[in-house]
Design a protein around this ligand. Structure first.
Ligand code: IPD
Ligand code: CA
Ligand code: CA
Length: 278
């Protein structure tokens, strides 16, 4: 088992920060200036010149500093040393749909997986200049100040967030029933459109919990470290250890974790609801 030293983690964190800020600047230059927005295959799954240009910059920085590591990038796939235990999972533009519509909620997300476990995370939101950083064992920060998860302990008093994967039109496992059910049980469920920021917002206590299915490692690698280092909990829906490639995640402040997990596992199908509240 690899165990990086705190000094090594600090270096990874600083280089990831450099890459995220550079990519963030690229996203800002294209903001409102997109000539072409393409669909990647599935309806609604967009890619723009901004995604590609930002990703190029991140890859350049990471390759320069860590030529022996692998990179798993949303638009380029796996590149570099495919046998490496170190994989940078990068989403150059998380929240592409928001960005394409000039809805200002998007981020650059860069996470480092070591033997498939998230160790380092940097999420940069250029629209309001928020920089979230965390490394295993070293705490989490927002704009260089320590952050912590919320103290909310009852599901009925919580504010949650979720999202819907691009395959939602093709699968009955589309998260719609979960969204409605948990909207009844809580103070609300947001759908913000950027998984990385959803996790960062749980980490800094603005939100109490987050769940989603159909995700990729680049959506969540960075955010997982943030939530854990801010005192929260991240697992699979069943409270078993998170598998970063499973696509499913449950991340909370820790206090509502068990109750949210239990409710998620007993969501009644939408068709059984009729007009009555659950
Ligand atoms: C998407 C966003 C969204 C989530 C989707 C992701 P993208 O990433 O994070 O919040 O619900 O599942 O694919 O396409 O904007 O990078
Ligand atoms: Ca994403
Ligand atoms: Ca993306």
């Amino acid at each position: 088992m690899i165990s990086p030293t705190p000094e090594q983690l600090q270096i990874y964190l600083d280089i990831a920060t450099e890459a995220a800020m550079t990519a963030g600047a690229v996203l800002q230059t294209y903001w409102g200036n997109l000539e072409e927005i393409q669909e990647k295959g599935r309806q609604g799954d967009l890619v723009t010149i901004a995604d590609k240009a930002a990703e190029e910059e991140i890859i350049k920085v990471l390759k320069r500093h860590f030529p022996h590591h692998a990179i798993l990038a949303e638009e380029s796939g796996i590149i570099g040393n495919k046998n490496s235990e170190y994989i940078w999972a990068i989403d150059p533009l998380d929240g592409t749909t928001n960005y394409a519509h000039q809805y200002p909620f998007y981020a650059v997300s860069i996470g480092l997986l070591i033997e498939d476990v998230p160790y380092v995370g940097v999420i940069f939101a250029p629209f309001d200049n928020e920089l979230f950083r965390a490394a295993k064992g070293q705490g989490a920060t927002r704009n260089r100040r320590p952050i912590q998860v919320s103290k909310t302990s009852e599901l009925s008093k919580s504010l949650l967030v979720t999202g819907f994967a691009y395959d939602r039109r093709e699968t009955p496992d589309n998260n719609y029933a979960e969204f409605c059910y948990l909207t009844h049980l809580t103070q609300g469920v947001r759908r913000s459109g950027a998984a990385s920021l959803d996790l960062a917002y749980v980490a800094c206590g603005r939100l109490d919990g987050y769940w989603e299915r159909g995700l990729s490692p680049w959506d969540i690698a960075a955010g997982v470290v943030l939530v854990e280092e801010a005192g929260g909990k991240v697992t699979a829906y069943e409270r078993t250890p998170l598998q970063i490639r499973s696509g499913r995640i449950l991340a909370t402040n820790g206090h509502i974790h068990d109750s949210l997990s239990k409710e998620l596992l007993r969501v009644p199908p939408l068709s059984s609801w009729g007009n009555t509240a659950v």
